[in-house]
Ligand binder design. Structure first.
Ligand SMILES: Nc1nc2c(ncn2[C@@H]2O[C@H](COP(=O)(O)OP(=O)(O)O)[C@@H](O)[C@H]2O)c(=O)[nH]1
Ligand SMILES: [Mg+2]
Length: 325
């Protein structure tokens, strides 16, 4: 069985950075990782990819040849990929024996809740190559600082979950920057747990721009609450504990933890004997401390950062939070 992640989310949410950081992290714990770039708009890749859609089709060529803009061009590219799925299968086959797969997808959101091509590609790979994939849906955490944008992030997450029909994890990415765009109106768990959206309505009512959409927003929040599917975990890709916590969650979601548990014990013992150099220039984790942490991480059930602790780390304390809630 081959395990992996389908990394999706709006442009700029951090997918490519995530694939880079996640592949380094997984390699450090001993997994063989292959990153598959399926985003034709990714031109300067920070990681070495095992498969690159640019070898099949280039967005710039499509835009010129078919007089399309970047969004139309990406829809065309996904359609082309679906029609040439044999190319992708042939490229993936040599990796199936021992690799963990990370798929870096394009950011145009309509590809994941409107058009069928990207989903068809994933479903075909799952069936033909017997893959166990989890969708990791990244949403920039700064959207929490604007209630209207937060509602649209919830709607996007819900429609993507329903459309993709995969084991799914929603992630508030770049949590380290959450306060850079303004103060949060509520505690962080309000945004991650998505339990009672009626409080948002009060905040939205104070904004004259949202007043005329009051009823619509209320109905949309009602839909999100009725489905009761959306919740978020948080991620700072530069922080090893944050990445480790997410890996544990993904391992449960795609089943790696159940099928690969023996393998992972071997992986960890290998690391203990011969430590790996960690020279990820952008996010330099400290190699030895991470190895120790990771050994503890699986072998001992260390407490994970709670959302309250994440808040303490990244969000300035505001005594009004509790009053508002
Ligand atoms: N501070 C911070 N910046 C991040 C993080 N993840 C991504 N970025 C930055 O966000 C920008 C967009 O990231 P990119 O991976 O290209 O997004 P993509 O379009 O979804 O592939 C880049 O400048 C990254 O360096 C994070 O966890 N923290
Ligand atoms: Mg990208």
């Amino acid at each position: 069985m081959v395990f992996g992640q389908v990394v999706i989310g709006p442009p700029g949410s951090g997918k490519t950075t995530y694939c880079n950081g996640m592949s380094h992290f997984l390699e450090l714990i001993g997994r063989k990782v292959a990153v598959i770039n399926l985003d034709p708009a990714n031109d300067a890749l920070p990681y070495e990819c095992a498969v690159n859609i640019a070898d099949l089709i280039k967005l710039s060529d499509v835009m010129v040849e078919h007089s399309l803009g970047p969004n139309g061009g990406l829809v065309y590219c996904m359609d082309y990929l679906e029609k040439n799925i044999d190319w992708l299968e042939a490229k993936l086959k040599p990796l199936l024996k021992d690799h963990y797969l990370l798929f870096d997808f394009p950011g145009q959101v309509e590809l994941f809740f409107l058009y069928p091509n990207a989903k068809n590609v994933i479903m075909r790979l799952i069936k033909k190559l017997n893959l166990r994939l989890a969708a990791v849906h990244l949403v920039d955490a700064h959207l929490c600082s604007d209630p209207a944008k937060y509602v649209s992030a919830l709607l996007l997450s819900l429609s993507t979950m329903i459309h993709m029909d995969l084991p799914h994890i929603n992630v508030l990415s770049k949590i380290d920057l959450i306060q850079n765009y303004g103060k949060l109106a509520f505690n962080l768990d309000f945004y991650t747990d998505v339990e009672d959206l009626s409080y948002l309505q009060n905040i939205l009512d104070q904004d004259p721009r949202s007043a005329k959409f009051r009823k619509l927003t209320k109905e949309l929040c009602g839909v999100i609450e009725d489905y009761s599917l959306v919740s978020f975990t948080t991620l700072d890709i530069q922080d090893k504990e944050s990445v480790g916590k997410l890996v544990k969650l993904i391992d449960k979601t795609n089943g790696y933890i159940f099928a690969g548990i023996e393998a992972s014990a071997v992986e960890f013992s290998k690391i203990a004997v011969s430590p790996v150099d960690w020279d990820y220039h952008r996010y330099p984790f400290i190699c030895y401390s991470i190895i120790l942490l990771l050994l503890l991480f699986y072998l001992v059930d260390i407490p994970e950062l709670t959302i309250g602790e994440v808040q303490e780390k990244y969000v300035k304390f505001d005594e009004n939070f509790d009053d508002i809630e």
